[in-house]
Design a protein around this ligand. Structure first.
Ligand code: HEM
Length: 404
């Protein structure tokens, strides 16, 4: 009997892994009616598809075509703006845009940011646990990476609340949150607001001749050799702001959930903080904040005997690949000293996450600060409110309190 995976059924939102495991074992390339696309669930297929030139990352138009009827006009206006994101471009258009970001996110540049990141984490946590109960998502997991990425870009901290609102709204479209009925209008409005916001910031920094932050470097690149258009510059800023905190926020949140649900592993890392870097990799593998990524077939092709037609959308299920028993020993076990751990949570190939090192360092610092607090904490609600966002996996709130 065919295995049905309804990604928006409540039980699949809470725990999609048993169904994904059955799909991977019995039907690793399967058509999904609800998503209107193919699901690839085996590690090897998910990895290779990201290098396969028969697949395109230019997926905005096919998405808007797929959505047809409801919300289409809003999507079309969004599409024009999203097409400026390097994430949604193939080489050669992708290459020069990515090159402009490489130095800012290099391992050495990120190492130099450590003091700044520590300071942000310390300031946020200073008074947290004086309160009886806190929401770690809104009080820490969101603002920490958002403040770091605002600093890197060169936008003011005071605009944090705007970023929270606009990013949440944009995520309902980028991540396909089915339950938000008017998500296309909401997402389109958020993207327009972000575009206007960054247009203002770019113009203001340009006219003041400011230097040193990522926005300034992008302005210089635009002035000097016209590598990017103004629209691409603004699109890149929005992408960096959005990708730079939504994902890391969920890495921190998902990590806290896993640690509180695995007290023996929590004790192990508390005794031996040297395990934190490998723990971060295991959180990424076990509960990847990017659940899936999307590609479009550029030609008719076959994978594992299944015919994929030109124009079909293909969902590369990072979450399923990361638990493939052909690549991971005892994959359903959360083991924070797992080695090797070649998860695919940052993608692979051309679009490999440019912020991977930043995310790793942020998570490491976040957990160094959080571990002592988690020792004396418990979840207030055992039933977690997982977001129904299909691309970004995480909980909406994480209420914890001091345990007696
Ligand atoms: C836990 C944290 C993160 C995860 C799991 C993650 C995951 C990913 C994945 C899977 C991709 C590939 C998407 C695709 O191929 O379609 C990607 C690309 C990207 N990520 Fe991240 N990311 C994280 C944090 C960050 C941060 C902190 C930044 C900040 C700069 C960032 C910026 C980007 C950008 C700009 C791209 C597009 C790269 C390109 O198209 O060449 N990400 N990320």
């Amino acid at each position: 009997m065919a295995i049905r995976f309804n990604p928006f059924a409540p039980q699949e939102i809470i725990n999609p892994y048993p169904t994904l495991a059955r799909l991977r074992a019995q039907s690793p390339v399967s058509w999904n009616e609800q998503l209107g696309g193919w699901l690839l669930t085996a590690y090897e297929d998910v990895k290779l598809a990201q290098k396969d030139k028969r697949f395109s990352a230019e997926r905005v138009q096919p998405f808007s075509d797929h959505m047809a009827a409801t919300g289409r006009p809003a999507l079309e206006s969004m599409g024009k703006l999203l097409n400026d994101w390097l994430l949604f471009r193939d080489p050669p258009a992708h290459t020069p845009l990515r090159r402009l970001l490489v130095d800012t996110f290099s391992p050495r540049a990120i190492e130099n940011l450590r003091p700044q990141i520590w300071q942000i984490a310390n300031e946020l946590l200073v008074s947290e646990f004086e309160n009886e109960e806190v929401d770690l998502m809104s009080d820490f997991a969101f603002p920490m990476p958002a403040l770091v990425i605002a600093y890197i870009l060169g936008v003011p901290d005071k605009d944090l609340e705007k970023f929270r609102l606009w990013s949440n709204d944009l995520a309902t479209v980028i991540g396909n949150s089915r339950k938000v009925e008017d998500r296309f209008d909401i997402g389109a409005k958020a993207l327009r607001n972000l575009t206007e916001y960054f247009r203002g910031e770019v113009d203001s920094r340009h006219s003041q001749g400011l230097r040193g932050r990522l926005i300034d470097q992008l302005i210089e690149a635009q002035d000097a050799n016209g590598v990017m258009t103004k629209e691409e510059l603004i699109g890149t800023c929005i992408l960096i702001l959005f990708a730079g905190h939504e994902t890391t926020m969920h890495l921190i949140g998902n990590g806290v959930v896993l640690l509180l649900k695995n007290p023996l592993e929590l004790k192990r890392v508390q005794k031996n903080p040297g395990l934190i870097p490998s723990m971060v990799e295991e959180i990424l593998r076990y509960e990847s904040s990017v659940f899936a990524i999307v590609r479009v077939a550029k030609e008719d092709l076959k994978i594992q005997g299944k015919k994929i037609a030109k124009g079909d959308r293909v969902f590369l299920m990072l979450s399923a690949a990361n638990r493939d028993p052909s690549y991971f020993v005892n994959p359903e076990k959360f083991n924070l000293s797992r080695s090797p751990n070649r998860h695919l949570s940052f993608g692979y190939g051309t679009h490999f996450c440019i912020g991977a090192q930043l995310a790793r360092v942020e998570a490491e610092i976040a957990f160094r600060r959080l571990l002592p607090l988690l020792e004396v904490s418990e979840l207030v609600n055992q039933e977690l409110d997982w977001d129904d966002n299909f691309i970004l996996r995480g909980v909406k709130t994480l209420r914890i309190r001091q345990s007696c």
